[in-house]
Design a binder for this molecule. Structure first.
Ligand code: UFG
Length: 330
């Protein structure tokens, strides 16, 4: 099955890895990206690229006009969201505008062009403070930060629109994503990194002098927050499976993408310290952080046949190799 896929946000971290995986699997890819956090260097040479912003309906319509007059998209994938939890607490209006209004406009244009399938990047942040040790898709969704709220609002919007206009959605709730493609061509490369694995690796490699653990007084065994980590290429694989599922089955699904395992911030540091020492200090809690988030991936396995192939050590090694390459370190 060869699909024509529109990847909105395909020049960003997760979007670009998904584009690489789609192309490797033989699909035709059209990328739309405003390059606000993405980069031209991340655009696969075999993908078609349009500079465009999904909060600009006319711009989006123009691109769909050109592309769909040749061959309509089988699937649209959405990665064009702002996703930094503490940033969402400080600029909630921008988060709602970009994340929710962007999705609304995308859906409107999809409806106008009669495009039936959407794959949407949601987040574990929709669960808020998880009530079960391992979250399953039916757990209550009570976000505790604006980022999670915007993703939950988008999920609901997508569900209602798909119901009304006979469309299908594949909503993925991601847990903490890290690592880089095996060839190291692309990876997470931004100036102001905020995520724990790249920050710990940068500290280990001497790119940063030190790092801070944001709080060690949480209700967890070592007092630091627990998260579920997943390799970006495993996530990209899931998106390809999700797109094929929609086209083949003509029905919707919502699944977690996680590993069934959690690691605390201190455990991440200890894992990196298997390779290099890490200079860290304990600081105050960061706004918007839940104590613990771990995903059950049983549903992804059952419906899509998906399981993560890489464990924490492989994720960390992958991030180390990528950062060494970026910084010309041996
Ligand atoms: N942390 C530190 N020090 C740092 C950076 C992070 O202690 O320098 C801690 C955070 O406080 C948190 C944990 O490491 O407890 C993980 O933080 P990240 O910033 O790496 O990731 P988040 O859990 O905040 O959020 C990420 C994505 C979201 C996604 C969420 C799902 O950014 O998009 O995982 O679990 F929703």
């Amino acid at each position: 099955m060869k699909l024509k896929v529109c990847v909105i946000g395909g020049a960003g971290y997760i979007g670009s890895h998904t584009v690489y995986e789609l192309i490797r699997d033989g699909h035709e890819v059209v990328i739309i990206d405003n390059l606000s956090t993405g980069s031209r260097d991340f655009i696969h040479k075999d993908a078609k690229f349009y500079f465009g912003d999904i909060t600009n309906k006319q711009e989006l319509k123009n691109i769909f006009n050109i592309e769909c007059s040749v061959k309509p998209f089988d699937v649209v994938m959405h990665f064009a969201a702002k996703l930094i939890v503490p940033e969402s607490v400080s600029i909630p209006l921008e988060y709602y505008y970009n994340n929710v209004e962007g999705v609304r406009i995308m859906l409107e244009v999809m409806k106008d062009f009669n495009i039936k399938n959407v794959v949407f990047s949601s987040t574990a942040a929709v669960y808020g403070e998880a009530i079960n040790p391992i979250c399953s898709e039916n757990d209550p969704t009570i976000p505790i930060n604006p980022y999670g709220e915007t993703k939950l609002a988008s999920e609901k919007l997508i569900k209602w629109v798909c119901q009304r206009y006979d469309m299908n959605y594949c909503i993925f709730r991601y847990f903490n994503v890290a690592g880089a493609i095996d060839t190291l061509e692309i990876g997470l490369n931004k100036d102001n990194l905020t995520h724990i694995i790249p920050i710990t690796v940068q500290t280990a490699l001497g790119i940063r002098d030190e790092m801070t653990i944001f709080g060690n007084d949480y209700d967890t065994p070592d007092g630091t927050c627990i998260r579920d980590y997943i390799h970006v290429s495993d996530l990209a694989d899931a998106h390809v499976l999700g797109a094929k599922y929609l086209v083949k089955n003509n029905k919707s699904l919502l699944v977690n993408l996680g590993s069934n395992k959690g690691y605390s911030v201190l455990e991440i540091i200890k894992e990196v310290e298997k390779f290099y020492p890490v200079n860290y200090k304990i600081g105050k809690r960061r706004a918007g952080d839940p104590a613990k988030l771990i995903a059950s991936n049983d549903k992804a396995k059952e419906i899509l046949g998906w399981l993560p192939k890489r464990n924490l050590e492989q994720i960390i090694k992958s991030d180390i190799e990528y950062r060494k390459k970026l910084n010309n370190l041996k």
